[in-house]
Design a protein around this ligand. Structure first.
Ligand code: ADP
Ligand code: ZN
Length: 749
């Protein structure tokens, strides 16, 4: 073949023909990364086809310059998958291909050994050190390095620090002399997830429900039927055991498995369950360096791995003979990629399975309504595990109507009487308590009772959160900080109202009730949220302390809602079940149901049973009532009725067109013009609805005004047609407006 068709990771979905010079004839293969002249520079692209003809005249055609031999060719199925992603999510083939390769592979970082820099003192002592260094004229770089290490979980390779901060080794050496960090030379693949020994374990004899699921999945596997199973079972019902047994079967037949979990639940403990069964495991997680990920990728590609465990992007792992894809906690929003290509991992998994004739298992206690609907209507196979292992009962859930509870004088009641009593009882029995609240900080809304002014971020318009420990108000979008005003900035009224509590205030408040100064009672209270996480990797210390029984009451955000089970936790309190309901999003009921169910799953795992107390000002809301009865089916039935009536997914596909601009009027005008054209195109088609243009619920972020148009269509086809007709408009926006197209968006804020 004389010509190669090349695509580039640019937002332009087109292939470009190049002539292959004779000396590269044997080296240019389909899927191969190559370098070619493009415009005035040399670019990396991917060969997607070879041809012996081209439309380009022979005096115009350019020659391909070289082949990147360190990147093995992308396999045919992944090329095909990337093409499908480009078609569906409206990006270019090159952009989709780039998303399938880890950055370290693309950059050919083939290093095997590296120098690692690790913090060498307890993390809570580091912060004062950083502050001290910041005040020294010549130690700014050292302070930056420490900050970077903290936000990266305590250690990084020297390479990576150098790349991120552009520094030499000398500030690192100064830190080493001050005994703040240590340096270690080791194999780049060293990974705490896979280190330490584990005792091998035999499969459990399955329960009847597990056995039924296992046999159906094995059957599909044997016949290469590329079925998708929805495995619906509450936490602790034995879903993971099902995954383990069918993966063992796949490995026996020389196939590989990809197991996808939300990043937040990707912990060494979760991985060790797989290590107890299987030997050849690769883990891909965000604490790894690019070099480590690249090494793992090559190991998978070379056929040295049976089971790949990772977050979202592991769906592209280059297995040779894929048998099974598991997506655990299928409903989690982190399975949607929020940058180009904006794919949903579930849908990509189903597509990949179709191309490679593999089997997909979606596991969840609270399936997304999309997955549930597809399982009800026959596109997916529905499997249910209705009971917990050993028939452990589900915790009783009590609803406390907060409108009926009397607060303190400032009206912000944090803990109701029933919850306070329940905590007391648990403490008396030496049992543990988890209190959950989805808002960090101390006060989430500061407002003027006289002129109704709300203290907001000047860049984002969102309300600022007051953080007491550092005595500052912070914007949770852009991290801008200001002081807490003493008087209303608008009308100078002196008594600003402080509404809405965050985790920091809940922690303080329960300290006040359960450790009053006058008595010597000691309840050990701990908190885990992303403010704390900044200091300690994954809040692991806080969870370890709970596990070891060193904490009586743990206060936290959703981080406490996932993963581990604590047999001695007998009470879970949800401080406010309403946080998601306030969001202007059609999925808010679904989120509320999921949240209560997941948090409730943290208790009653041991022999002592458990109870859950849900504080809400919406005690009649169907999501809260059904969640309190552990009744997914009734919730789904009611929610689906509403989705159908208003043409929302799973009864439709959405296209979100987000327009962001610094000039409010221009953004609005642009939105109106675009909506006008789209309306014309829709005509009187009853299967399509258009919402907007309207300001997004988050009207302004980082000085950009945000408007959106949402199109609801019974078929994705219509959305694609619309895109192709108006492609020019979508691509050639005036420079002052940033346009984002999101198909099947999960986020409409
Ligand atoms: P899930 O993934 O649904 O949360 P797991 O698979 O983690 O559930 O199972 C919960 C607990 O029950 C685990 O400790 C697991 O080892 C145990 N388990 C699972 N299946 C069985 C079984 N068939 N017999 C005995 N114990 C089991
Ligand atoms: Zn802001």
């Amino acid at each position: 073949m004389t010509y190669a068709q090349i695509v580039f990771p640019i937002p332009f979905d087109k292939t470009f023909d190049y002539r292959i010079p004779d000396n590269l004839k044997d080296k240019v293969k389909i899927g191969q990364a190559v370098v070619v002249p493009f415009g005035n520079s040399i670019q990396t692209g991917y060969c997607v086809a070879l041809a012996d003809k081209t439309d380009i005249p022979s005096d115009k055609i350019k020659f391909l310059s070289g082949v990147i031999e360190d990147i093995p060719p992308i396999s045919e199925p992944i090329l095909k998958l990337a093409r499908c992603i480009a078609d569906y999510y409206l990006c270019s083939w090159g952009e989709a291909l780039e998303a399938t390769l880890p950055a370290g592979v693309r950059k050919e970082s083939g290093v095997r050994q590296g120098i690692f820099v690790a913090l060498d003192m307890p993390q809570d002592k580091i912060i004062p050190e950083i502050d001290r260094l910041k005040r020294l004229p010549k130690a700014q770089k050292q302070a930056h390095i420490l900050n970077l290490l903290i936000s990266s979980g305590g250690e990084l390779s020297f390479q990576e620090i150098q790349k991120k901060l552009g520094i030499s080794i000398s500030p690192i050496n100064s830190l080493k002399r001050a005994k703040l960090v240590r340096l270690e030379k080791r194999d780049i693949l060293f990974d705490s997830y896979l280190s330490g020994s584990v005792t091998k374990e035999q499969p459990f004899p399955p329960t009847p429900a597990q056995a039924d699921a296992i046999s159906k999945i094995k059957d599909s596997l044997a016949k290469n039927k590329s079925d998708t199973f929805l495995l619906h079972g509450i936490t602790g019902s034995g879903k993971t055991e099902v995954y383990l047994q069918v993966i063992a079967e796949a490995i026996k037949n020389n196939k590989q498995a990809i197991v996808l979990v939300p990043e937040i639940s990707l912990t060494p403990q979760a991985v060790s369950r797989f290590r107890r069964r299987f030997d050849r495991i690769a883990v891909l997680h965000s604490y790894m360096t690019e070099g480590q990920r690249a090494k793992q990728w090559h190991n998978i590609r070379n056929g040295e791995i049976d089971v790949v465990i990772g977050a979202r992007s592991a769906i592209f792992a280059p297995t040779k003979n894929l048998g099974i894809i598991v997506i655990d906690e299928e409903h989690e929003t982190s399975f949607k990629q929020e940058s180009t290509p904006r794919y949903n991992t579930r849908d990509v998994a189903v597509k990949r399975a179709e191309i490679e004739r593999a089997t997909v298992i979606l596991g969840s206690a609270t399936p997304s309504l999309e997955a549930y609907y597809f399982a009800q209507t026959g596109s997916f196979c529905y499997l249910e595990i209705p009971e917990r292992i050993e028939n452990r009962p589900l915790p009783a859930v009590e609803i406390v109507d907060m409108t009926q509870q009397k607060g303190e004088k400032d009206n912000t009641l944090v803990i109701s009487k029933p919850l306070e009593l329940a905590i007391k009882e648990s403490l008396k029995e030496k049992e543990q308590v988890i209190l959950f609240l989805n808002r960090r900080g101390y006060i989430t809304l500061v407002t003027c009772p006289k002129c109704k002014h709300i203290v907001r971020c000047k860049h984002c318009r969102t309300a600022l959160t007051y953080h007491k420990k550092i005595n500052r108000m912070i914007c949770h979008h852009c991290n801008t900080e200001t002081d807490l005003p003493e008087i209303c900035p608008e009308c100078a009224y002196p008594n600003l109202k402080k509404l809405g509590s965050g985790t920091e205030r809940v922690e303080e408040y329960i300290n006040k009730i359960f450790n009053p100064k006058e008595t010597k009672s000691v309840s050990r209270i701990n908190r885990v949220d992303s403010d704390i996480m900044r200091l300690r990797q994954s809040g692991k210390e806080a969870l370890d302390a709970l596990w070891k029984g060193e904490t009586d009451i743990l206060v936290g955000t959703q981080m406490v809602a996932k993963g581990l089970d604590f047999p001695n936790v007998t009470l879970v309190g949800i401080i406010s079940a309403d946080t998601a309901l306030y969001l202007k999003d059609f999925r808010s009921a679904e989120r509320t149901f999921q949240l209560i169910t997941q948090v409730a799953g943290r208790t009653g795992r041991g022999a002592k049973g458990g109870r859950v107390i849900v504080q809400t000002v919406n005690p009649q809301h169907y999501s809260i009532i059904h969640a309190s009865r552990h009744d997914y089916r009734s919730f789904a039935a009611e929610e689906l009725k509403y989705r159908k009536a208003f043409l929302y997914p799973p009864y439709s596909h959405l296209l979100r067109i987000l327009m962001e601009g610094k000039d409010e009027a221009k953004t609005e005008v642009y939105g109106k013009q675009l909506a006008g054209k789209i309306k014309e195109f829709i005509g009187d088609d009853k299967d399509i609805e258009i919402l907007g243009p309207a300001p997004c619920p988050w009207e302004r972020i980082k000085n950009h005004y945000r408007w959106q148009i949402v199109i609801k269509s019974k078929t994705a086809d219509f959305i694609h047609k619309l895109y192709h007709v108006y492609r020019k408009d979508f691509n050639s926006t005036s420079k002052s407006i940033r346009l984002t197209l999101d198909i099947d968006p999960l986020n409409l804020l």
